[in-house]
Write a protein that binds this ligand. Structure first.
Ligand code: NDP
Length: 337
């Protein structure tokens, strides 16, 4: 059983030496347990937070422990009455080839409904995040302008497409011309802007002639700075992620901009709300699963996976996720089906 352990805590951006590949014999399941073979491992930005021992909403991974992560696995051997060999399951079993589970936290998947790996993206945590953050906090109305960054990623691509289904004008922000073309031509966004452009604020203003009513925040940093002056009165800002800051070790240099932020929130009566998807919305998962399943089956949503084969490659592609090297939902194919 190959496992990827947290070897040391990153200072700034994670590096290969923060991870360690180790090998253990595959254990046999005891009574009440199942042995799982990992097929697809999800790599997600929140894992950067778990590598750090700074206080957060979830406990950190301890040094020498297997890196956390959601994965789609197949039951190889079952000593549990609820599972049989051959069942597909979703669970937080981490960066490893095999895992033992007592069944707690495992969800059975139906491979006839959709490719099983979709449970890590469009039909799982990132899709749920997009759905609840946009619809419950963002409250988009037809004709309004919705802006989302990391626009071709797991969450952003769904935010933009769901906003289009609500009749909104959707403007994406992404990290390359190729990603922007995809957002416009495949995902149906009205416009998409490369955040590496020097004139990002001007381009964004031109793409949002009626201002911004909903800004779905995935990124922070200079993207937020470009968005702030364009927010309309009574705009809503679901605060989902701040990936531009995850590797930061200190506050940025420069003048304190918080008075500008607070004055804008006050005078424009803007509602900005952070959320942690399962903590805040776990009880609404069935509603999401039904609606997203319907949209997907009706061909209303496009979904792009960025698949990388080989568990040993997980550290490198995870490091790349924090630099925008992924194009779509990042999934490691640990074992072919
Ligand atoms: P993505 O698939 O979107 O991958 C991350 C993307 O972030 C990169 O591809 C890159 O896209 C973009 N990015 C990275 N660094 C920067 C930067 N410095 N400036 C601008 N963009 C950057 O990841 P997810 O869809 O899984 O996650 C998106 C966000 O949602 C993250 O912030 C994540 O933490 C958050 N999240 C929050 C949840 C919650 O419960 N609150 C749950 C799930 C996700 P590009 O090349 O286009 O810039």
């Amino acid at each position: 059983n190959r496992r990827i352990l947290l070897a040391s805590r990153p200072q700034g951006a994670p590096v290969a030496e923060n991870f360690q590949l180790d090998q253990q014999p595959v254990a046999a399941p005891a009574a009440g347990q199942v042995l799982l073979r990992t097929h697809y491992l999800s790599l997600d930005p929140y894992m950067r937070g778990r590598m750090s021992d700074a206080k957060s909403y979830a406990a950190p991974v301890q040094l020498g422990e297997v890196m956390v992560g959601g994965a789609v696995s197949k039951v190889v051997e079952s000593q549990h009455p609820g599972f049989a060999a051959g069942d597909w399951v979703l669970g937080y079993t981490g960066w490893q080839d095999y895992a033992l589970s007592d069944g707690q936290g495992l969800t059975k998947l139906n491979p006839a409904l959709a490719p099983v790996s979709y449970a890590l993206g469009i039909l799982g945590m990132p899709g749920f995040t997009a759905y609840m953050g946009l619809l419950d906090i963002g409250q988009p109305k037809a004709g309004e302008t919705v802006v989302v960054a990391a626009a071709t990623g797991a969450v952003g691509a769904m935010v933009g497409q769901i906003a289009r289904l609500q009749g909104c004008r959707v403007v994406g922000i992404a990290g390359s011309e190729e990603k922007c073309r995809y957002a416009r031509d495949e995902l149906g966004f009205d416009a998409c802007i490369n955040h590496h452009a020097d004139d990002l604020p001007q381009q964004l203003a031109e793409a949002c002639p009626a201002g911004i009513d909903v800004y779905f925040e995935n990124v922070g940093g200079k993207v937020f700075d470009a968005v702030l002056p364009l927010l309309n009165s009574r705009a809503r800002v679901p605060l989902c992620g701040l990936i531009a800051q995850y590797n930061a070790t200190a506050l940025p240099e420069g003048p304190d901009r918080s008075p500008l932020l607070l004055r804008t929130l006050l005078t424009k009566r803007i509602r900005m709300q952070g959320f942690i998807i399962f903590d805040d919305y776990g009880h609404r998962y069935p509603e999401f699963a039904t609606q997203m399943g319907e949209w997907l089956a009706a061909g209303k949503l496009k979904y792009r996976e960025h698949r990388v084969a080989g568990l040993e490659n997980a550290p490198d592609v995870f490091i790349g996720l924090l630099e925008g090297r992924n194009f779509g939902k990042l999934v490691v194919e640990v074992a072919p089906e």
